[in-house]
Design a protein around this ligand. Structure first.
Ligand code: B12
Length: 229
């Protein structure tokens, strides 16, 4: 069965109330290892939910004001709450990028929107650059009608200088991958103040999608969560 025509547009409208956007979706292939849907049976399709720039931030802050001060992973909690409500309205199961075992969000995003990874591991978007993320996904037990993704131009292929690989004082990102422990030690250390207050220097060096760059306070929030500050 195919879920009703236009459903993706209705889901997108529901998400917009919280500054979230639909990040494409697809039908799983026959025989593929799939996550469970709402009844526990295998999902047939997925719609990805995410953000471009920091659009959800004011919605999150308003919700945060009404929560107890001590709350762990508030952004995850908020995302689960608002995406969970949309999932219930559309008969889907909501999942989070933080759910364990980790679901392959970036692989799904590559299928849904034809994106490719930047040298930093973050997927490069033709419009949003590195300033986008995934907040959840909706799993359906029906196939859905979605626009097939057109592979967009991969901006990193046209970027000669690659400033994203030259701005980190400890060279945490290199062609060998992400040196997690070097990054963490630097961010937490005496010289890590620029990263703590303004975010990852390599990510900020990227020349694309700068209109969507997260404001400093949002970057500081994510860095604090990453580095356990
Ligand atoms: C574990 C994890 C990390 C680990 C990476 C450890 C490792 N080597 O895998 C650490 C803690 C280092 C990390 C850091 C960051 N992460 Co991270 N991370 C994840 C998480 C929760 C699970 C990854 C995973 O294992 N998935 C399971 C496998 C099976 O799925 P996959 O699609 O094949 O996974 C791909 C990624 O693991 C990727 N990958 C491998 N190493 C790294 C390292 C980095 C930095 C990134 C971004 C990706 C990446 O390669 C895999 C193959 O495509 C995902 C969410 C998710 N569920 O995927 C976010 C995720 C990949 N992270 C994300 C981001 C943005 C970051 C940060 C850049 C920012 C932040 N969150 O603070 C930081 C980097 C810190 C900095 N200097 O700014 C985003 C990427 C969004 C995008 N636009 O592409 C995701 C999708 C979360 C989200 N909510 O959107 N991350």
């Amino acid at each position: 069965m195919i879920a009703r025509r236009g459903m993706a547009d209705d889901v997108a409208s529901a998400l917009a109330a919280n500054g979230l956007i639909l990040r494409g979706g697809f039908n799983f292939a026959a025989g593929e290892d799939v996550p469970a849907g709402v009844s526990g049976a295998g999902a047939k399709s997925v719609l990805l939910v995410g953000q471009a720039g920091a659009a959800p931030w004011p919605h999150f802050l308003r919700w945060r004001e009404r929560q107890p001060q001590a709350i762990t992973n508030p952004l995850d909690t908020w995302s689960r709450e608002v995406i969970g409500a949309v999932a219930r309205d559309f008969g889907a199961r909501a999942v989070s990028p933080s759910d364990r075992p980790y679901l392959p969000f970036q692989q799904w995003a590559m299928r849904a929107e034809g994106l490719k990874p930047s040298p930093l591991g973050i997927l490069m978007h033709p419009r949003y650059g590195l300033w986008h993320a995934y907040r959840g996904a909706l799993l359906f037990e029906d196939e859905i009608e979605v626009e097939p993704s057109q592979a967009p131009i991969h901006l990193c292929d046209t970027c000669v200088e690659k400033p994203c690989l030259k701005s980190c004082p400890v060279d945490a990102y290199s062609r060998d991958g992400f040196a997690y422990h070097s990054c963490l030690a630097h961010v937490r250390g005496a010289d890590g103040s620029p990263c703590r207050t303004g975010g990852c220097l390599d990510r900020n060096a990227c020349p694309y999608g700068t209109a969507y760059r997260y404001p400093s306070d949002v970057q500081a929030f994510h860095m604090a969560a990453f580095a356990g500050l």
